[in-house]
Design a protein around this ligand. Sequence first.
Ligand code: AMP
Length: 421
Amino acid sequence: MPQKFSAPRGTRDLLPEEARAWERVEAVVRDLSARYGFERIDTPLFERIDLFARGLGESSDAVEKEMFRVSGAKGSEEERSEWALRPEPTAGIVRAYIEHGMHVRPSPLRLWMMGPMFRYARPQAGRYRQFTQWDVEVIGDPGPMVDAELIELAHRFYADAGLSGVVAQLNSIGDAACRPRYREALLAYFSPLAGQLSVDAERRLRVNPLRVLDDKELDPQLAAGAPKSLDYLCDACRTHFEGLRDLLDLLEVRYAINDRLVRGLDYYTRTTVEFYVTGREGQQDALGGGGRYDGLIEVLGGQPAPAIGFGLGIDRTVMAVQAQDGRAVLEPLVLAVVSAAPDAAAGRLRIATALRNQGVSVRVDGLARKLGRQLESAVKAGARWALILNDPQGERLTLRDLVSGGQRDVAIAEIAELVAS
Ligand code: AMP
């Protein structure tokens, strides 16, 4: 018996049924990227591990536990596994921004990217080792207008993708001026309670106390009593946050304050955001997230520039769309070319090709089957119309509406217009 293979754990094959829903979301991504004035960038799927370590901060899960390492051919430099598949897009984009001297371009720079990300975590529903993100980044704008613009963009994305009830959870975690004081406050609060923390949270307390709030197992009562970053903001951060809230109200964007939202990555400053469908707010339910990273570019060796970025998860968005509306995936094929004579495949192909030339989406039956079977298979494939060749050459044609069952004789020249209407 030959060995059977299956997709690696934590990965998924995109099968045709789901691909339709996926393509709809991709079309929304392209449309919105253009409509909101973003330019496309693509970076490699793997980078030096230290880029992520420095960019994401050593205490982030993505770096500590979830890095998907890559090694090269035996004996090569890469064999030592200095590379990792990208866990998120920002570090690579900032690396490219610095490497190509993009700071001299007209500012602010607006970039988008869509592609797979990799995290070597334990797979579960909604959490994969390979997943896809749409990412938007704006470099060179301190906000808060751009923060509001991106939150509104994300809302529009979910709405256009067919999801309702999405709410932005919002927080501000301050900046280099005020965060040290907040860290101290968290340390002072949690240190005496260390015995009640998970092993993971206890370690986080030492490395980055903010991330204790991120811990899945944190007792809700402990969390509720913890100091809140919003109470520690300096004047500049407070003004920024209030400005952002005013703008969201102006744009009528729904949001809720979540004072535990510190995000997993160390480099965030001020604004942090995550998107959820109301009522589905568990760990694996975030549809997207992002925030401001005003200090990152400098940390990676570039000229300091304020920046903000969002990563919106395509897998979870498609799943949520399907959960809300199963019909959203049915985008029927337009027309199937069939014929009364089972073996008139050449005639069917010629007519199908002529119609495809005119821009009609066409399926053509190559098997020598009876008309009834051809029609059955056209319906199963989701065709809206069947074009029946009454003779082998297709000189006499009948167009049948597969939904109403009505039909009429047609000339080839009128079909494109008929099926479009
Ligand atoms: P993050 O940077 O971790 O907030 O990720 C941004 C978005 O990507 C999340 O809100 C999810 O929608 C998606 N995402 C992150 N990790 C995974 C994963 N392991 N599997 C599927 N989607 C993910």
